[in-house]
Design a protein around this ligand. Structure first.
Ligand SMILES: Nc1nc2c(ncn2[C@@H]2O[C@H](COP(=O)(O)OP(=O)(O)O)[C@@H](O)[C@H]2O)c(=O)[nH]1
Ligand SMILES: [Mg+2]
Ligand SMILES: [Zn+2]
Length: 295
């Protein structure tokens, strides 16, 4: 019997393949072993059964990779849940804007999750969520403590391969606990003391959520370096809120940083684009300019 599945982890020479119902321990066909092919969690594969009762199978072929994230190294991630706290710690909006760019440059859909909603007034939470919704992003407001927004988050994760991102302390592990009672996300700070100097091979695993989604057990985008290939000119493409104005700028090459007759700047000054987000854009643009000079 031959069927399709998705690799959820690789471990000591075996790959564990999920077909939506069962987990199969798979070995590789010789042609893959000799090629030293490196399969990743998230890779979609065709397998054929070797032993149905023992759930053993062999990988016949692997499908093309749509995306490939680095640290955690996961293939075909479809969306990144960017988690930030509404307070404690204070929302780091420039980090949020940066993660939104990074997700999009990797071809991964960003979903914003504002957590710890129990600590700030609902009106405030709504105003923050609305800013990013108006900017064109999908936003979920949650409290892992009080269970707020968890159903909506489940709905978003359903049937998708996702990864969490966001700084420590914002509640990623708590959210996973709220999603899957009794499970805790093994957060691993790459620069953490525990791993420094040790040659620890981490095996990333996709957690099978009961809502029917797969979630990487390690948060992504821990290195906050913008892709060195990113050009100043390309940045606007990752700002859906700027796009409808940028076509009206006098210069088609406008970077919206002070050129005459810049429709984006006018929209920011007029409040149609969130002014603070525009200011953060200028900061990120500067950084991209520095990168361009360096590479
Ligand atoms: N008030 C409140 N505290 C939360 C919430 N979610 C997480 N926390 C707390 O925030 C701290 C960090 O949470 P944790 O899940 O470890 O964050 P992580 O580093 O992103 O995985 C812990 O003390 C949690 O109890 C929430 O929704 N509301
Ligand atoms: Mg954690
Ligand atoms: Zn402009």
């Amino acid at each position: 019997m031959t069927f399709e599945g998705i690799i959820i982890k690789g471990y000591s020479g075996f790959y564990y393949v999920w077909d939506g119902q069962s987990l199969w321990e798979c070995s590789l066909r010789g042609k893959y072993r000799t090629k030293k092919q490196n399969f990743l969690p998230g890779d979609r594969v065709v397998v054929s059964t070797v032993d149905i009762d023992k759930k053993k199978a062999v990988i016949e072929s692997v499908g093309p990779r749509k995306t490939e994230l680095y640290r955690p190294t996961v293939a075909n991630v479809e969306q990144v849940i960017i988690v930030l706290a509404l307070s404690e710690p204070k929302t780091d909006f420039i980090l949020l804007d940066r993660l939104l760019i990074m997700a999009q440059t990797q071809g991964v859909r960003p979903i914003i999750c504002f957590n710890k909603a129990d600590l700030t007034p609902p009106e405030y939470n709504l105003s923050i969520a609305e800013k990013y919704e108006k900017a064109g992003f999908f936003v979920i407001v949650t409290s892992s403590l009080e269970g707020l927004g968890i159903e909506e988050l489940k709905e978003a994760l359903k049937g998708k391969v996702s990864v969490f991102a966001g700084p420590s302390g914002v509640g990623k592990s708590s959210l996973l606990n709220a999603l899957e009672f009794g499970l805790s996300l093994k957060t691993q700070e790459v620069s953490g003391k525990l791993l420094r100097g040790k040659h620890t091979t981490r095996h990333v695993e996709l957690i099978r959520l009961s809502c029917g989604g797969l979630l990487a057990d390690t948060p992504g985008f821990s290195r906050l370096i913008l892709p060195p290939t990113l050009k100043q000119q390309d940045l606007t493409a990752f700002y859906p809120d700027f796009l409808k104005f940028s076509s009206q700028c006098r210069f088609s090459s406008c970077l919206h940083k002070g050129e005459p007759a810049c429709a984006v700047r006018e929209a920011a000054e007029g409040g149609e684009i969130d002014f603070e987000r525009y200011q953060r854009y200028l900061q990120i643009l500067n950084e991209v300019a520095e990168n361009e000079r360096r590479y």
